[in-house]
Design a protein around this ligand. Sequence first.
Ligand SMILES: *Cc1c(COP(=O)(O)O)cnc(C)c1O
Length: 376
Amino acid sequence: MPATCELTVDLDALNRNVALAADLAEGRTVLVAVKADAYGHGLVRVARSIQQAGSAQWLGVATVGEAVALRTAGIALPILKFSITLHEELAPALAADVTFTVADAHGIDELAQAAAEAEKVAEAHLNLDTGMRRIGAQPEDAVALARQIVAHPWLRLGGIYTHLPVSDTPDGRNFTREQFDTLAAAACAVEQVAGPVPFIHAANSGAVLSHDLANTTMVRPGIMVYGSCPDPATPTDRAPEPVVRWTARLSFIKRVRSGETVGYGRTWTAPRDTWIGTVSVGYGDGYSRLLSNRGRMLVDGRSVPVVGRVCMDQTMVDLGTETPSVSVGDEVVLVGRSGDEEITVQEMAGLMGTIAYEVTCLITPRVPRRYVGGMV
Ligand SMILES: *Cc1c(COP(=O)(O)O)cnc(C)c1O
């Protein structure tokens, strides 16, 4: 069935961005974050494409459900679950061969018990809080927790890691460098009592793009793989390339007289006689209502403003005073290129007052994902 609104994901571009991360990581192991349906791009298709291309060695998820979906689809790459796993989730997570994140003695205990019951060795990465204040043990507790892990026959210490809240902006340079140093010191102390730890990691996209990765052996990029920098101010000369093109169609074209209003709430009044186009996308597709009277779209290489409020399924644009060269059924670009014009995910995020991550996460399941490139 032909779609009137669709998201095209270029898997070749995505894998080139993974390769960029690998290049910047200079031989370190690459884990790609595929949580939240691969930031809205499609969990299984993205993971399969990465696995087939061999562009990364690990995947990162947030939930057990995501890990189960990957295993069910035949994904064999190791999967790190970034979040704490609750007691009742341990058995299904073990069955999905998840690598666990642990951050306190109680959690390690529970995991050990679940692993013993399942008669399955559980691999754990110890998460340290070096400044994010989200999850993580205090760095000074790292040695004791590592001892607890290696002492248990059903547990293995696969890694030590931390997370970086300000790696993506110039202001965050020193704070981030101190976090890397704290992690390195804790990892060194752990290795003295527990032996070599394979994966020591901190770098999200911001750090991959703009920081010295010394003393780490793995990186965890997400947003850069999907084609955006984490922040417009991320200092880098190796920007990732766009991965998505989001399109809809013109469903109606009409003439509106000067002084008439367009849409719910009558928030836009035509300043002159003009042509209004109605586009087959709305907030029900994830085209945010925050773009009302603020967004723009591309029609036949021309930029046209969103006028009036974005509706659930339809949005109006001002095509201008000239008789439109476009007709009903023509493509409208919400994100991507048309002629010499381009709308980036980052631009849309700026207009919505949010970050690139949220723009693609918000695109709802109603919008079919179409995949180009990649090996099939
Ligand atoms: C989401 C996430 C990442 C990826 O972050 P980006 O900013 O998208 O590169 C890395 N590590 C952890 C723990 C995460 O939760």
